[in-house]
Design a protein around this ligand. Structure first.
Ligand code: HEM
Length: 258
């Protein structure tokens, strides 16, 4: 019998190779059921559900979503934007940490060197600062959007409270970061802020002392606010964000017409 033409033999060899690879245990352990890379994938409702359930990236979304909920014009993606800015702030913040020492003697010089001598230093510093301003704005607008749609009502009232805590966290992150450049603007902003806290009834002096790490603003204040800014507040914020996203799912997805 005559041999099939070369191109047919090559395509058969390719098909055999793909089949063998897709049938291997290694391949099947990476691509879970429902993946388009699995052998014999078909576009069925069952496989579409599998894609959502089995993917790290997609499993934040429910298997079924209401049509209005995926419209950008409903949420304006403001919650998602706030989250994106938080991630951007984390990445750029880690970059800044390589060049910054939180002491009164070094902080300002480090910032100056960062933006004058470090490659991309000025760009990353500005990205961090702008993202911080934008995050305050986007979280506030997200809150306004949620209020406008009445999503603070049952069954989402608990998530509204989590949201208020997230707003506070965002403002605190913004304010603690403001001190770190250790310039005149930062110094006086924090002096005014902590003086105001000093008027807290009964415990005013104690509150001010704790915030300053002493009786007046200095290197101890800087260290205190630095640890709050790069560690404690982001850590607590991540926990509350996780609860916030989980509650959106558990409260039946985002709000909308019944
Ligand atoms: C760091 C800040 C925040 C992040 C990253 C965040 C993220 C999100 C995301 C991704 C959603 C899904 C729908 C959407 O994108 O709009 C959402 C929904 C929601 N958020 Fe936030 N949020 C934050 C702050 C707040 C604040 C300040 C409030 C209110 C005080 C709030 C209350 C809610 C409520 C009630 C929902 C459900 C909305 C609905 O069902 O329509 N969130 N949030």
């Amino acid at each position: 019998m005559a041999k099939p033409p070369l191109n047919e033999r090559i395509s058969k060899a390719n098909a055999d190779l793909i089949d063998k690879t897709q049938s291997s245990q290694a391949w099947q352990s990476i691509f879970r059921p429902g993946s388009i890379f699995r052998k014999g994938y078909t576009d069925s409702p069952r496989n579409r559900s599998y894609v959502i359930m089995n993917s790290v990236l997609y499993h934040l979304h429910p298997v079924k979503v209401k049509r209005h909920a995926v419209k950008v014009s409903y949420t304006l993606c403001l919650g998602g934007l706030s989250f994106f800015l938080f991630i951007l702030l984390t990445v750029t913040g880690i970059f800044l940490m390589f060049f910054y020492r939180p002491t009164a003697a070094q902080a300002w010089d480090d910032i100056y060197t960062l933006q004058s001598s470090v490659t991309f230093g000025l760009l990353v510093r500005n990205m961090h600062r702008w993202a911080a301003h934008l995050m305050v704005l986007s979280v506030f607008l997200h809150m306004a959007r949620v209020f406008y749609h009445g999503a603070y009502k049952a069954p989402r009232e608990f998530n509204w409270v989590i949201g208020v805590i997230l707003l506070m966290q965002t403002l605190l992150l913004s304010f603690t970061g403001y001190l770190l450049p250790w310039d005149q603007l930062a110094l006086w902003a924090v002096t005014v802020g902590t003086n105001m806290m000093g008027f807290t009834p009964v415990f005013g002096d104690k509150v001010r002392f704790v915030l300053l790490g002493g009786v007046e603003i200095g290197t101890d204040t800087l260290l205190r606010w630095y640890v709050l800014h790069v560690l404690l507040l982001p850590f607590v914020t991540v926990i509350f964000m996780a609860i916030h996203f989980w509650r959106v799912r558990k409260d039946g997805g985002i709000s909308g017409p019944l």
